[in-house]
Every structure is written in structure tokens, then in C-alpha cells.
Design a protein around this ligand. Structure first.
Ligand code: CA
Length: 233
């Protein structure tokens, strides 16, 4: 397999160097861009496997870059934002970003995010090839057509909303889904009390799904942001 090609979009030279050095020493190929205009150009001409995108760029908002790329491609985008830019991060996820890293981040964190995204890519390719109507992740099996789910061969007794949630999370495995995205998909709207109900449904779903709901294996919570189903080995 070819080494994955990562497009690094970051205007701050020390951060950009840290990322590209990390990539180089960990067997990735990379391209870099210091602004949004260059990022869009590089993405369209080189078709990278993953984009690492800083949200605070000198010429345009990173969210605008995501919207541009999403107009022609589904390639995974991991956004990088400062801690103070929480709303930007959520806006970026809603615009179609897959995941995020908060500055300052460690090299290990960066590599972990890339691995999650690569696993998601491999998994999606598998699913498309198999034209799967059944989703399998670790001990979890979701039969989309049959409308049922199993854990370790035992049927899970889920309410219709819990099943919808499980389908939505599994169809986006590896991707962080925001509260708004989830409530829009489940209830067709996103009011404050929908987010509160979502929390309740997520807790009951987890009780049925996770061996230890306090140390969840399948569904990760992103406080103030949303949820993600992890690819379980
Ligand atoms: Ca910046």
C-alpha cells in the first residue's frame, strides 16, 4: 500500500513544521499550504488521503475551506483549533469535518487521530465493496434491513429511537457527530430540550451496549460537542 498523503493546512510555521516532521518520521507523505486559497488548490490538484486543517487562516475561515472541499469531495478532514474556538469547531464538524484536534496537541494525539481516520477509510471501503446491509464492529452487529442489533450474538432490546441512534452512529463510524447533526437526523430539529433528551437516550443505549458504561468502548462522548462511535478491533 502507498504511504498515505496528508495535506497540512497551517499558517503558523512552527506548528506546521511540527506536524510535517511528525508525518515524515511516521511514514506519511505530505503537502502543505499556509492559507485557504492554497489549501483548496492543493486538495483539488493532488487528491490527498486526509486533510489536517487549521481553522484560523489568514485569508479565509477554515469552515469556508471545508465547504469548498465538500462541494466535490468526501475526503476526511481533521480540523485543528485553539481551545477558545469551540463554536468554530462545532461549526466545522457541521460543515462536514470528520474530527478535530485542540491546540496545543501532542504528537501522539495527532498520530492517534490519523489512525482513527485511516481505519474509518479502510472500513468504509470494505463496506462499499461488500454493499453491506449489516454492520459489524467488534462484538456489535447491526442489521439495518432487519431493524435489529446484536451484541456478542445476543439481541439488544432497543427502543426505536435507540436503534435510530445506533444506526446513525454506526453509519458514521470514526466520525465525530455534533449534537445538532444527531438531533436533526433523529427528530428533524435541534432544540435545547432535544439535546437534553439525546443525552438521556444515549445513556440508555450505552447501558445496553457497553460492558462498562463508565468506560465506553463503542460510543465516545465529546463534551460540549457530540458523540462518536469508535472502530473496535
Ligand atoms: Ca492559524
Amino acid at each position: 500500500m502507498n504511504k498515505p498523503l496528508i495535506l497540512v493546512v497551517e499558517d503558523d510555521p512552527p506548528v506546521r513544521n511540527l506536524i510535517t516532521t511528525t508525518l515524515k518520521t511516521n511514514d506519511y507523505r505530505y503537502l502543505s499550504a499556509a492559507n485557504g486559497e492554497a489549501a483548496i488548490m492543493e486538495a483539488s490538484s493532488h487528491n490527498p488521503d486526509i486533510v489536517l486543517l487549521d481553522l484560523g487562516l489568514p485569508d479565509m475561515d477554515g469552515v469556508r475551506v471545508i465547504q469548498k472541499i465538500r462541494s466535490w469531495s468526501n475526503l476526511p478532514i481533521i480540523v485543528i483549533s485553539a481551545r477558545s474556538e469551540d463554536t468554530d469547531k462545532i461549526e466545522a464538524l457541521d460543515a462536514g469535518a470528520d474530527d478535530y484536534l485542540t491546540k496545543p496537541f501532542s504528537v501522539e494525539e495527532l498520530l492517534a487521530r490519523l489512525r482513527v481516520t485511516q481505519r474509518r477509510l479502510a472500513f468504509m471501503t470494505e463496506q462499499v465493496t461488500a454493499a453491506a446491509s449489516v454492520f459489524v464492529n467488534g462484538k456489535l452487529r447491526v442489521d439495518y434491513a432487519g431493524g435489529c442489533a446484536f451484541l456478542d450474538g445476543q439481541e439488544l432490546h432497543l427502543t426505536p429511537i435507540e436503534f435510530k441512534l445506533l444506526c446513525l452512529l454506526s453509519k458514521n463510524v470514526g466520525k465525530v457527530l455534533t449534537h445538532t447533526f444527531i438531533t436533526q437526523n433523529i427528530w428533524g430539529r435541534s432544540w435545547d430540550n432535544d439535546v437534553a433528551s439525546l443525552r438521556v437516550f444515549m445513556a440508555t443505549l450505552r447501558k445496553k451496549l457497553e460492558a462498562d458504561p463508565d468506560a465506553p468502548q463503542y460510543i465516545q462522548t465529546h463534551i460540549g460537542v457530540g458523540y462518536r462511535m469508535m472502530k473496535v478491533e
